[in-house]
Design a protein around this ligand. Structure first.
Ligand SMILES: NC(=O)c1ccc[n+]([C@@H]2O[C@H](COP(=O)([O-])OP(=O)(O)OC[C@H]3O[C@@H](n4cnc5c(N)ncnc54)[C@H](O)[C@@H]3O)[C@@H](O)[C@H]2O)c1
Length: 339
């Protein structure tokens, strides 16, 4: 396969970096430093450097973006080009979606996690009042340009975060070939594209997260609660893998799966190297401490709707959290075959 240039729907995967011709740029400050040759052409576009990280997904940063867009005379017809990982694309796309009711948006994901997940499918979000993605919108980018050479500078711990989402997809679809998380992690362009295409396929069926797309939240209710409870010291991917482990344990406790299946899930998840500090935090945090975060998770109303392994596959299960220590009432399994 020609890996110089691959394309699926509105995703372009390219080995050649192309500086945008017009509009403005919102960029992870780290990328500006790492790739001066990319971002300092003779006629540079107005560029706003943004600090990446979960704590930057906030209203203050959002206001900074609104001011920048306003100062540069940006209107709905102009294009905002966003370079960065998932925290930058969540924040910037949220700002772009709400500025003058939305400008044109092109995303250039620079982390593995953003290439296979965060930049795809149109969910934007910032954290607020201590809760993860408390404010957000659905605003798909008109194009996603994946320049895989960005991954060469990505630290292994950050590659791992993307691998976590790939591990999740591999549990939802038998068609995806998960590489070993060995050193070095072998990430061919067509492999990245196959995982990205899987997410796009699900989002095309259920763009607004009503049914099939909910399954992509496997591990996320517990994971988001862990992230928020740890004040974002636990990284997103690590939290999601812990969240998937917790989901499997609850399924087993609630008799939704047999021991054999429980072990099979846990074996598959155990190929992911969760850092010791994240395990420690989980061990030391009483489950009750996570309940407020679970109940505030935007995917849940009064009743928890968790994505759990069941005998019939991973499904949406309505759960009442009245006796968390003693287990869940998982009487209503709603939907969700393998997508
Ligand atoms: N919107 C969605 O559908 C969706 C889906 C999954 C995850 N997310 C969100 O994505 C976020 C996590 O994204 P992330 O893991 O990309 O984090 P991130 O954006 O914070 O990037 C991680 C780190 O890598 C650095 N970095 C980025 N690109 C680099 C490069 N090419 N070389 C070297 N360093 C680089 C960043 O500066 C940062 O320090 C979370 O907030 C999560 O909630 C959103």
């Amino acid at each position: 396969m020609n890996t110089e240039y691959l394309k699926i729907e509105n995703i372009e995967l390219t080995a050649t970096f192309q500086y945008p011709a017009s509009g403005v740029i919102l960029c992870d400050a780290r990328l500006l430093k790492l790739y001066p040759e990319y971002f300092s052409p003779e006629e540079a576009l107005p560029t706003l450097a943004l600090k990446a990280g979960e704590t930057s997904k906030n209203l203050g940063q959002c206001l900074k973006i609104y001011e920048f867009l306003s100062e540069n005379g940006i209107g709905r017809q102009h294009t905002v080009h966003v370079f960065g990982g998932g925290t930058i694309s969540d924040l910037a796309a949220f700002a772009v979606s709400t500025f003058k009711r939305g400008c044109r948006l092109i995303l250039y994901p620079s982390t593995l996690l953003a290439m296979v997940d965060a930049a795809l499918g149109g969910k934007t979000g910032i954290n607020h009042l201590g809760y993860k993605n408390f404010l957000g919108s659905f605003y798909p980018a008109e194009k996603i340009i994946i320049h895989t050479p960005f991954l060469k500078s990505l630290p292994k711990a950050e590659l791992r975060q993307g691998y976590a989402e790939m591990l999740k997809y591999s549990l939802l679809s038998e068609d995806l070939l998960l590489p070993d998380f060995a050193s070095p992690l072998l990430l061919e362009d067509d492999l990245i594209l196959s995982f990205a295409a899987y997410k796009m396929q699900i989002c095309a069926i259920d763009p607004y997260d009503h049914k099939e797309r909910l399954l992509l939240n496997f591990g996320h209710s517990f994971g988001h609660a862990l992230e928020a409870a740890s004040q974002y010291k636990i990284k997103h991917g690590d939290a999601i893998v812990l969240g998937m482990n917790i989901a499997c344990d609850y399924s087993f406790q609630a008799d939704l799966i047999e021991e054999e299946e429980w072990n099979a899930y846990r074996d598959w998840l155990s190929q992911y190297p969760v850092p010791a500090a994240a395990f420690r935090f989980l061990d030391e945090t009483p489950f009750e401490d996570m309940i407020p975060f679970l109940l505030q998770d935007k995917k849940n109303g009064q009743e928890l709707r968790l994505i759990l392994p069941t005998e019939a596959g991973i499904k949406v299960v309505a759960v009442k959290l009245h006796q968390p220590a003693a287990g869940f009432d998982t009487s209503r399994v709603e939907q969700g075959q393998r997508p």
